[in-house]
Ligand binder design. Sequence first.
Ligand code: SF4
Length: 658
Amino acid sequence: MKGLVTNRHAESHEPILAPGQIRLSAVRYLNARPLLHGLLHNMSEGRFHVDLHTPSELTRMLIEEETHVALAPIATLAHHGGLELIPEVAIGCDGDVGSVVLFSEVQVEDLDEVIVDSASRTSAILLRLILRHLRPGREPRYVTQNVGQQALGAQSPVRGTRGALVIGDAALESRGSFAHELDLGRAWKDWTGLPFVFAAWLARRDGSNATMTRHDVDQLIASYESGAASIASIAASWSGHNPQSAATYERYLTEQIRYRLDENALAGLREFLDRAAEARLLPPVELSMWADSRARTRATSLPSVDALLERAAHGGRLSYHDAVRLGEEASTHDLGYAADVRRRALHPHGVVTYIVDRNINYTNVCTTSCRFCAFYRPVGHHEGYVLSREQLAEKIRETVDAGGIQILLQGGLNPDLPLSWYEELFQWMKSQFPIALHALSPEEIWHLSRMENLSLEQVLTRLRAAGMDSLPGGGAEVLTDRVRRKIAKAKCTSAEWLECMRVAHHVGMRSTATMMFGTVDTQTDRLAHLFKVRDLQDETGGFTAFICWDYQYEQGTVQRAGETGTVLYLRMQALARLVLDNVHNIQSSWVTQGPAVGQIALRYGANDLGSVMFEENVVSSAGTTFAMDAAEIERHARAAGFRAVRRNMRYEWLTEPS
Ligand code: SF4
């Protein structure tokens, strides 16, 4: 079908739009087909480019400005905060929905763990609300996984006291396979008496939707009208490549799914957003309906910047659009003040923490060729190295003698070092020295996973068994693929970086999250990065801290510097403190910014001064050579008005404040 993009590879690349064409993106499930019917049959005469994605991908695309309008999950309204709801049609239910179901072998009351499909945030939040209602004070453990769109089969994660929330076509195909099914549409109806809206057409309020005319909106409605008249043929066509009969799909589309966004459905939608905000699962949002340009009254109901700062300073959740406005409109001083208020609330003792550890770069041989990296050497280069046991022992001994408790071990992606090399190394390090191992960034874990043909979980579990304690958040750079493709195109995608962290957290490790900005990134990329970290932290709680810094350009490095500098660094860190309401610690990056800026950063949301500096080759290769020992760090903390405390990777205090 013309203009329809469906394969995974195509998803990660933006289509070339004809002048005046609007990109429309939609969920790929059966229940979206009636809404898309007219569009896919070129009723709009090329006005719209239509492509299909998972629900969570649509949220990302709206934030990263990859699409103009999306038939997206309703939670996106609050998460993004700058969207308008296009009227009249949506995907909802008024009772049983059939395609959003919690499957289990035991009663809901007896569940200890629930696998949540990573494809949909709205359904995951709805599940949390319903389970809090059904079993107050006894939340199960939530584990996010990509459940996929196949019926749950023999390898099903549903076992014993573990259930799974399944959405879309996979849920339809899995009905009747398990002892218990909780239909979330029915559960919501029984609880509130209201319909539920799962997805609706959402358009960015910030001008891009100005191109959506009344005629365009009428086309979306007409597209549905044409779909409603063709339900039988949609169902028949779907059954041609799916397991159930056309009659079953037709019943689902006509008896369970509701497409009218009437007053009652809107009441259900508002109720969901209000309850999710009250439960702190979503930021509060003022529902904004699409209006054409003649009727548009310029966003008069938006909270003031002062109100946003006040909310964030007191721990209230910001939407993406709130953060955009703070980034654009708040003064640097006001951002810093709000971040400082938040820092004081989270860390009320007037204390700054730091760790005595050592960064060891075990090899500089790397196959990745990041444009900003002056540290790596290609395979076979005469300056390539792998540290010997003797060299490592000397460095670790120096660290331990200086009171060090941890080694931060990172290196290039060296194809000559198999997983067993790391296992033996870690076992040896742990047997010889009393140190914790904060080792291997997601990029290195992916490298081992691919090289050994093992899953992330298998690699991380083996490394953990060999002595690895936690994972540094290196290699994140900026977590949008637009940026990553330009500066480090051989590196893992942003989704893969996050997936590695997700798995690490699930196997019991803690990690940090970082952001190196200032290459080709824009504020949109940087804020998208913060929200991806926040989303994952909502799922796993596994990040102990966030650290950001700007790119340190060195003469001769391929990548030129983009938006960098002390003011931007302080603003980004303050924004991070305000957006990352679920990450407890923010580290000041004095290694790149210098000790004086590191001190100022303590008044822009940071509560930690990171690590003493023995050596750090990746940054120092780029010409940045700041160094402080423990006494210097403590002196700088005191001079900035704090007391200093040594900590471990989990930010537990190891000394009394001094
Ligand atoms: S930043 Fe890391 S992955 Fe990229 S080239 Fe340098 S060592 Fe390799």
